[in-house]
Design a protein around this ligand. Structure first.
Ligand code: HEC
Length: 168
């Protein structure tokens, strides 16, 4: 009876030991081959031309765009196409002086007053309205003091003034 037990124990213990030894062997060989595998995959990556920069580059790009309407308005501002017409510009930025003719400003529609100025030619009037002009009569600020006006708008206001003198 005791002998049988001894045999069973011996078989179990040696079987277990064999299992552990096999496991240890597999574990060690597995780890021995790892560096080679790592080298290998790194090699493949490099060969594909995949650089570190390629691998860490952002996956996406955020593009900020203004709404269409804003773009349209911006475009028209820079080209000066959204123009108030001459009468509107005159009313907003020129009438303060030119409607009543205060501070030496030639009055709107006052032919006698405008005649000498018209004689200079419309181009000169444009330039003086854009850049401003001053003399003993008074001071005409550049663009009537409203820098937000486009050149086209100031010219339209001058045309409006000139037309008024020609009609009256
Ligand atoms: C602050 C008052 C004032 C405002 C605002 C003003 N003007 Fe004048 N403007 C004058 C005066 C003063 C003169 C006369 C200046 C002179 O003869 O030296 C004048 C003269 C002019 C002349 C004649 C220039 C010349 O060569 O004889 C034109 C054209 C003119 N203004 C256009 C305009 C227009 C267009 C606007 C609006 C965008 C405007 N002005 C706004 C005061 C003003």
């Amino acid at each position: 009876m005791a002998k049988k037990k001894y045999v069973v124990h011996t078989v179990v213990i040696s079987g277990f030991s064999l299992g552990v030894a096999l496991f240890a062997y597999l574990l060690v060989t597995h780890h021995m081959s790892m560096p080679n595998q790592v080298m290998h995959s790194r090699d493949t990556l490099m060969r594909n031309g995949s650089s570190v920069l390629d691998r860490i580059k952002p996956v996406g790009k955020l593009v900020m765009e203004l709404p269409k309407e804003v773009a349209v308005i911006n475009a028209s501002i820079s080209t000066g196409t959204v123009t108030r017409d001459g009468a509107q510009v005159f009313g907003q930025s020129c009438a303060a002086c030119h409607a009543s003719g205060i501070a030496g400003a030639p009055k709107l529609g006052d032919q006698a007053h405008w005649q000498t100025r018209l004689a200079k030619g419309t181009k000169v009037l444009y330039v003086n309205a854009l850049n401003g002009i001053s003399s003993s009569t008074g001071v005409m600020p550049a663009k009537g003091g409203n820098a937000s006006l486009s050149d086209a708008e100031v010219k339209a206001a001058v045309d409006y003034i000139v037309a008024k003198v020609k009609i009256n």
